[in-house]
Design a protein around this ligand. Structure first.
Ligand code: GAR
Length: 217
């Protein structure tokens, strides 16, 4: 009997390299998930091609076609829920989500953010790390709550900032680690080891007092 797979919907806005890494993890049987659909808020997002190449259904819900954020999010919810996902994966999804949407998926929505949260919420994280002269940069996987980039962090990865780094070089080096990072968190969730309980991230039933560090695993 084949093992049960967690149904997943992935939301993207662009390139989709994290999506591609998750697809490969699924295809190689490293991740016990079944990606039911990939949905983009941007028509023509390059990542949609990765999904199509893997035979995964795709949809585009163009936020700019809606009169309000509420109307966009309602359409997005309808589209997502027809696939009945147990997990919603935000992989480079660049829209801020409203309270009702977040509450609907609370405890079953993960995001990747390119910084060592709580440092550098928001945009342009790589440049801000360089401008501040930090030695270390990184990425975080967190449960999505109504606070922007503020939900409980599950796991992080650190990369050193090198002397001649520019924002692009630093971002590219980090991206390789992001892919490993997201697969780890998704696998924990699929194994039902990772949960959000009373607003706190829990691994194997224990509250995570601080995020785990992939570098240490
Ligand atoms: C990734 O670096 C991800 O951490 C970041 O967007 C990039 C998407 O790349 N996410 C955010 O900034 C969320 N606020 P990808 O499309 O190649 O996966």
């Amino acid at each position: 009997m084949s093992k049960p797979r967690t149904p997943v919907v992935v939301l993207i806005s662009g390139r989709g390299s994290n999506l591609q890494s998750i697809i490969e993890g699924m295809q190689q049987d490293e991740l016990a998930i079944d990606i039911k659909a990939v949905i983009s808020n941007r028509p023509g997002a390059a990542g949609l091609e990765h999904a199509r190449a893997a035979g995964i259904p795709t949809e585009t819900i163009d936020h700019s076609a809606f009169a309000s954020r509420e109307a966009f999010e309602q359409a997005l919810r309808q589209s997502i829920d027809q696939y009945q996902p147990q997990l919603l994966v935000l992989a480079g999804f660049m829209r801020i989500l409203g309270e009702e949407f977040v509450q609907h998926y609370l405890g079953r929505m993960l995001n990747i953010h390119p910084s060592l949260l709580p440092k550098y919420t928001g945009l342009n994280t790589h440049q801000r790390v360089l401008d501040n002269g930090d030695d270390v940069h990184g990425a975080s996987i967190h449960f999505v709550t109504t606070e922007l980039d503020g939900g409980p962090v599950v796991i992080q990865v650190q990369v050193p900032v090198l002397e001649n780094d520019d924002a692009e070089g630093l971002a590219n080096r980090l991206l390789q680690q992001e892919h490993r990072l997201y697969r780890q968190a998704i696998q924990w969730f699929a194994e039902k080891r990772l949960q959000l309980i009373n607003g706190q991230a829990c691994l194997d039933g224990e509250v995570m007092e601080k995020p785990l560090l992939l570098n240490d695993l």
